[in-house]
Each structure stands twice: as C-alpha cells, then as structure tokens.
Design a protein around this ligand. Structure first.
Ligand SMILES: Cc1cc2nc3c(=O)[nH]c(=O)nc-3n(C[C@H](O)[C@H](O)[C@H](O)COP(=O)(O)OP(=O)(O)OC[C@H]3O[C@@H](n4cnc5c(N)ncnc54)[C@H](O)[C@@H]3O)c2cc1C
Length: 475
C-alpha cells in the first residue's frame, strides 16, 4: 500500500487547485484521484470572478495565467473584440426596459476590482489545472468508497474502486455517463487502497467523504446534500423555424444589441420572482429559468413536461406572450433540468434560507469542516446553487488557504502532530466560514443582495479584497 503525505479525492477545479498550490510550495508527496472513468468534456460553462482569479494568482502565477488565457480564448471563439469590450448582461422588464446590467468583459471588471472576469467551460478549467501537474499524480478511475483511521501508523486508509461507470457525479455534470463498453458490466471492479497523512475531500456536492466523515455523529443527516428549493430548467436549442415576427420581437424588444438578457418583473423583490435568461448567439437561441419548485414535482418529467412547467410558471407570473411563444419552440430533445443542492455554511435559523426544519436537530451545533486528518473543501464543504456564480470561485479561495496551511505544516515536519493538524484546519475554517455564510445568504436572498447599496457592499466585500494581504495574514 502506497503512503502519501496528502491524498486529494476529486480532480475538479478545487482539488486540482489545491494540488497546484502544494506543488508551488515545494510539496511533492501527494496524489489526486477522481472517480471519472476518463477525463472528458463534461460540465457547464462557469464564470471566474475577481475573487477566484485573485486567489488562483496568489496560489500559483503560472496556473493563473494559463486559466485566464484559456477563458479569454473561449470568449474569443464567440465574439469579436469590439463585442467583447462592450458585452453586458442586461436585465429587462416585461416592456423591454433596462432594469440593471452587469459588464461581461475582463477589462471592465479589472478596472473596477483590480482583477477581471472570464467564462470558461468546467472541463477546460479542469484540463488547464491538470496540465500544471505531473500526469502520474492525477489519476482517473478511482472512486473513493471508504476511509478508516489507522491509529498505529497515524494515517488514514482510503479504499477506491476502479473500472466503474456508475460513480459519475449526478450533481456536478450535465452529460450522462458514457455507455459502458461491451462486456464491461461483467468485469469485476478492481479495488485499491492507499494511506495518507492528510485527506482533502474535494469530491463535490455529492461527497462520499462528507458522508463518511459525519457517519455516526450528530451531523449524520448533513452528510447528504440538501435540496435548496430551486431547480434549473434549460433549453439548449430553440427550433430554427421560429416565425420571423416572433424573432424580431424578441430581438428588438428584449435582446436588442446584447447577447444575454434576463427578463423579469419590474423590480426584483425576492428570490421567488421568476426570471428567464435568453441567450441569442448567431441566430442560435437558448434559454434557462430557475424555478422555486418542490423536488418531487420534477421527478420523472419528460422533455414535454419540462416545457409545460416553464410555460405554467411564465403564465402564472404574467410574462409577455412573446416569451411564452418562444418557449413553445424549445427543441424537446434539448431540454434538461437540474435540482440545485446545498451544504449550508451556517445552520443559524435567523438567516432567510429555505426551510431548515429537517435540520433542527443539528441547529445547536456548528458543523465542522474537518475531523482528525480529513478536511472538506469546495462544494463538498459548502456547495450551493449557482445564482451568484460563486461555487468555483469560493472553492479557489479554499484552495489558496488550505494548500498554504498544509504546505506550512509539512515544511515544519508537523504531519505527525494531531494538535498541529487540528490547528491548521481550525484556521482554515475560521478564515473561510464567515465569508461563505455571507455568500450563501446572498445567493438565496435576492431581496437584499441584488440591488442598491447592498449589492455594492457585497461586490466590494467579495471581489475587492487583497489576497496577498490575506495570505500574509495566515502564513
Ligand atoms: C449550472 C451551474 C452553473 C455554475 N456556474 C458557476 C459559475 O458561473 N461560477 C462559479 O464559480 N461556480 C459555478 N458553478 C459551481 C461550480 O461548478 C462548482 O462550485 C465547482 O465545480 C466546485 O468544484 P469542486 O472541485 O469542489 O467540485 P466538482 O466540480 O463537483 O468536482 C468534484 C470532482 O470529484 C469527483 N468525485 C466525486 N465523488 C468522488 C469519489 N467518491 N471518489 C473520487 N472522485 C470523486 C468528481 O468526478 C469531480 O471530478 C455552477 C454550477 C452549476 C451546476
């Protein structure tokens, strides 16, 4: 059985960024393992905002430059440079009047917050980070299924299964698992085990390690991701035969000169208020909508049902006829839905979160992000719906803090000292949890955070921090 200083479970953006951070600090004895049978193009496009990019830059300048370039190259594929400069995401009311807008170009964010913003497909982010690491230290086809403490050696034993297509994370990716190759169903799953002094659980919102960590503790119920109360319904293609009249109305009234528009009521009052986001790129249109909906109502729905649900919601909120008509032209095979889950950073009842009744037994306790030699990071610690585009960005902040602290521990030869380990995990949590509470609250409470002074305060608090100073405060 191989022994490592650090095993990182999950080669998503956060697990890989931590590995990059360790390498940058001169730590070599680590391994990153992922359940996916092979690294392949899955996942959505995500926005990296100033805080995530600043964290990455402080973590490793080469990785930052490569990720930034990859994001800029991605934008270049769809827009010319003038378009890129002026691109914005506009929010319009039912009459087509602008309520507010957010710039999309790297430079505008750079001028405002000292760092820009790029969009990048999840897979490109994964690949770019993976390329910063020695290939033999990032391996696919290892699904972690168990952890156990080995007191005699002061290590954690991790057990993995390989050659399995069933382990694809249903929460993190769009695509369905690849078809198993003929005969593979009958192949036995190979198992491997290894030992680590520290385990970093970066295995996403549906984290196996989180479940194992909270098993037989008062937090057991919180091992599972909790439904946030919201789902996304996505139409990835509108039919080509959209009547000209309708096309003109959507273009001239709502999209106008922009490619991305949110249509909503006059004033955004609450998270419950419906918003539909329409993309219009080169005559290829698509949309998505975030619905407050009971989980059960989406179970077993066909594509036709999904279109029906969107239309029902739009009708209920008196959306303009043109928008409803657009939805009727959804290509049925291109309809997708996704339930949004959350691991709450706080269980404080006073926050305006969706119903927390089922969590009442745990409310008295603060949920820890670590136990012994195991620590949770990224979505495994605090995954949330993507309404403020902060999941990966917050994960990159985790990566900066935890990789720096772990490297310091290893460089000080303190890997055998349980107290020193508890100490760094405590520092990590006390640095990260207060901000996560704010970000999650803002994500689920549009009332206060999507407009006016509070929006500005939120943007300043989240985007405008000095990460070199932050790093200096705990190094
Ligand atoms: C529709 C949508 C839009 C989003 N938009 C944005 C955005 O604009 N900006 C933003 O910052 N964030 C966004 N997010 C959130 C972002 O994608 C996540 O926060 C981010 O990917 C979390 O990174 P992670 O590495 O913690 O987890 P993940 O990205 O989920 O990666 C976890 C990895 O662990 C692996 N894994 C899982 N279980 C095991 C196991 N048992 N053993 C081994 N490996 C395992 C998985 O295969 C996966 O590779 C969005 C999310 C969604 C769903």
């Amino acid at each position: 059985m191989k022994n490592y200083d650090v095993v990182i479970v999950g080669a998503g953006p956060v697990g890989l960024a931590i590995a990059v951070g360790l390498k940058a600090c001169g730590i070599d004895n680590f391994m990153v393992l992922d359940q996916t049978t092979e690294f392949r193009r899955v996942g959505q496009v995500i926005d990296l905002l100033p805080n995530g990019l600043k964290a990455l830059k402080s973590l490793d300048d080469c990785a930052y430059k490569a990720v930034k370039q990859s994001g800029l190259d991605f934008s270049q594929q769809t827009k010319n440079s003038q378009d890129q400069k002026n691109a914005k995401w506009v929010q319009r009311n039912f009459k087509g009047e602008e309520i507010q807008s957010f710039p999309l170009s790297y430079d505008t964010w750079l001028a405002e917050y000292g760092e820009g913003r790029v969009s990048i497909p999840w897979y490109d982010l994964q690949t770019t980070l993976r390329q910063q690491l020695p290939p033999e230290q990032v391996q696919a086809n290892h699904r972690c299924v168990n952890l156990s403490k080995e007191t005699a050696t002061g290590t954690i034993r991790l057990d993995f299964l390989s050659n399995t297509a069933k382990g694809i994370n249903p929460y993190a990716h769009w695509s369905s698992p690849p078809e198993p190759s003929p005969g593979s169903e009958s192949q036995p799953e190979a198992s491997t085990s290894l030992r680590a002094k520290l385990v970093v659980a970066a295995d996403g919102i549906n984290s196996t390690i989180r479940r194992l960590l909270y098993q037989n503790t008062p937090y057991e119920i919180l091992g599972e991701p909790d439904y946030s109360g919201f789902a996304g319904i996505y139409c990835l293609q509108i039919e080509d035969n959209l009547p000209d009249e309708l096309k003109t109305e959507i273009q001239e009234k709502f999209l106008q000169q922009d490619r991305l528009v949110t249509v909503t009521t006059q004033k955004v009052n609450s998270i419950q208020d419906l918003r539909i986001v329409i993309f219009g790129v080169k005559n290829s249109w698509r949309y998505f909508i975030h619905l407050p909906i009971e989980q059960e109502k989406l179970a077993g729905k066909t594509s036709e049902d999904l279109v029906g649900l969107v239309l029902e919601a739009l009708t209920q909120d008196d959306f303009p006829e043109a928008i409803k008509q657009l939805v009727t032209f959804s290509v049925r095979s291109q309809m997708k839905s996704r339930l949004f889950y959350i691991h709450r950073a706080t269980l404080d009842d006073s926050l305006k979160f969706p119903d927390t009744t089922n969590l009442k037994p745990c409310l008295a306790q603060q949920l820890p992000w670590s136990r012994g030699r195991v620590v949770l990071v990224g979505d495994a610690a605090h995954g949330m719906p993507p309404f403020l585009a902060q999941g990966a960005n917050q994960g990159l902040e985790d990566a900066l803090v935890i990789s720096t602290l772990i490297a310091r521990l290893i460089n000080s030869n303190l890997l055998s000292e349980e107290e020193a380990i508890a100490d760094i995990f405590h520092t990590y949590e006390s640095l990260r949890r207060p901000l996560m509470e704010k970000v999650q609250q803002a994500t689920l409470d549009r009332t206060s955070y999507y407009q006016g002074e509070q929006l500005t305060t939120y943007q300043q608090q989240v985007y405008n921090r000095d990460f070199h100073q932050l790093k200096a405060s705990f190094v």
